[in-house]
Design a binder for this molecule. Sequence first.
Ligand code: FEO
Length: 394
Amino acid sequence: MESKKVCDGVFWVGALDWDRRLFDSLIPLPDGTSYNAYLVKGSDKTALIDTVDPSKTSELMARLAGVERIDYIISQHSEQDHSGAIPAVLARFKDAKVVTNSKGKEMLAAHLGIDPAAIMVVNDGETLSLGDKTIEFISTPWVHWPETMSCYIREDQVLFTCDLFGAHLASSSVFVEDDHETCLAAKRYYAEVMMPFRSAIKKHLERFSRYEISVVAPSHGPVHPIEHVGCVMDFHRQWVSDKVSNTVVIPYASMHGSTEMMVSHLAEMLSNGGVRVERYNLAVTDTGRLLMAMVDAATVVFGTPTVLTGAHPMVASAAFVINALKPKAIFASVIGSYGWGGKSVEQITSMISGLKAEMLEPVVIKGRPTQADFGRVEVLAGLIISKHREAGLF
Ligand code: FEO
């Protein structure tokens, strides 16, 4: 298998996973993914930046088949989709040193059993000379593990960012081909993986702004050439900003139609009042789409029926994931129904306690909604509309 040129002396040697449809047994991958590894050939030494998922080790090794020597295997991130093939690379290139930071050293030992004696520790700002190429290590913790770091080739102005700026997108082209497709995949990736780390990303973007960057090379998805570098940075600046949009996201489930009737009435009232609505019936929703909607929505309203005295499991699951991903929503509420009793609304309310959102009075009803119940939904809609107005969202 061939390597693919990124720029003079820098080659993509990763693996494409066209058929993968789920990551972490949780995240849908409608477009597959890639595990990007990069071979950097200097005049004196050769380095490999990251490896691939263990399931794709043979593809990486096939791309390295003609390579005679690797001096350094740089591990930017210890999660196995990037580090999993390090043992195989070490077995083939026996003199290679694994290069990472001190946290990475601990993690590579814990996750892959890599001998600490084979690891060379580097610190933020240190450089590694390959002869005519100098790799600078930039500490970028919490995108999305504490040990993550980036690499920058000073002579070529190539920035390698591992998961940051990544996209789950398999493509036969190393570089971005379709801006719109890449942007959507990057937003989905940000929503599913990076959203809780907004403040860390803000700091990293600030630091990167002091570098001249001609290429951004993440470890998932397409490489961004110079004409796309500003675009990928600007989108991330927008996503991590405190700005929210005039949007209400409604994730819901319904069993006999009562909750759905409430959701429909709420959506209609909000829309009539000038607020944008994205509603997601969780029985048929791609979780990634829901999470993308949460990137900048001002408000989330969960709709849940009652199952065995508690919330519907699909709504509970969505609430759990949304709470964990800490979106920047500033208002939240719950609407729901029950047959004979239960605590579904209280349960969802407590499950989203990690959101820094003002809780608006939930609406819970018994059985099919009556005119009086619809009136309560209208009160909630009116409150959301006025809150959005007061927040200057429209
Ligand atoms: Fe792509 Fe955090 O691994």
